[in-house]
Design a binder for this molecule. Sequence first.
Ligand code: HEM
Length: 403
Amino acid sequence: GGLAGHQAAHAEGSPARPASSGATGATGTGTSATADATTGPGALGRARRPFYGTHQGGVFDRPQAHGVWLGLDLVEEADASTLRRLFTIWTDDAAALMSGRGPLADTEPEMAAVTAGLTITFGVGPGVFDLTGITADRPGWLRPLPAFPSIDQLEERWRGTDLVVQICADSPLTVAHAQWVLLKDARSLARIVWCQKGFREAVGTEVPGRSMRNLFGQVDGTVNPAAGQDDPVVWMCASAPDWLRGGTSMVLRRIAMNLSTWEQADSVSRELALGRTQATGAPLTGQVEHDVPDLQATDAIGLPVIDTFSHVRRSMPHEHGGVDRFLRRPYTYDEGPSAHALSDAGLLFVAFQADLERQFLPVQRRLAEADRLNAWTTPVGSAVYAIPRGVREGEVLAEGLWR
Ligand code: HEM
């Protein structure tokens, strides 16, 4: 009816651009996002991404400026019907919030009008498969990543949980409102374990076409699969069970970045460690960000220009037709200074891939083994989730898990 037409008129369009898009993001509003009291939110504020579809949002679409990850455990006495009740409520909530309507129990529905490209993405952890009444098999890969003792200093407080909710939007207020609604509606069914907040560049602020910078000042996000072109890298297909067909796997690693020791590193060591320039993100063998690195190039004394132990060389798909590509959709976190340290900052490293064991793990192993960047970075949190496929109207997210 009228509402559907209205929604379509404001739909932001999906799939959007690859993660590397900056100011030229899907809304393309630039500075013209002026609000008008008679017509509602500005263009950036009323941007909508579809809730219903083959895939959940918040994966292959342009990363919004703000994100929060909520880790929850189901209540002690939970069984499959608890999970079903929770996802029934959350499906309704997410459908309403993403289309600019306050859900049933929203006491501040006015806030829902600013969708700002909101996506809400739900995932389940391994624990869910131990519940009485769950009929789906736990996918073999759905378990904590193996330990990487050479780099890991994992803290229990960032452990894997039964559930994850990822909320992203271009307005922090939209994220906060959605978070409040989803958490209060879940309060008798699940308990919060952690909340991890991140941000990227504000829309329209980065050099057009350039990837975001992380807090080391590096251009981050250059080499990434593109929606439409590289779909099988991310989305599970025919061989997956129905609830995952069109879904994916999520790795969430909280990686601390030591700004104090990075400050000590000169630009030669920084660029050697990464294999790309700090200024533009171009490979050390190229001129501009998206130039293809020349791995054969050597310097005056015969050493590879892109060092064997540089981050990009270690992380790129293996030279022998490697399948180890995946989608990175990271956010910066910055918890601010304290009496003990000038900064508590890093990356919420979020990776999506169809096959965690064949695509993600080989890369993570190579990096743990030898990556110059490890001198300044420390994984402190790690979690793995299954991201169920998207739903059609009338369906409940993750409904293939129970009968
Ligand atoms: C590339 C930074 C952790 C996988 C890059 C680039 C930067 C970067 C600046 C180059 C530009 C680009 O292509 O995006 C960081 C920082 C990290 C981190 C600061 C930790 C705080 C990781 C981890 C993984 C990873 C944990 C995977 C397990 C990759 C991959 C590429 C890449 C696959 C692209 C390689 C290519 O094909 O050229 N990273 N990264 N990174 N990183 Fe990381």
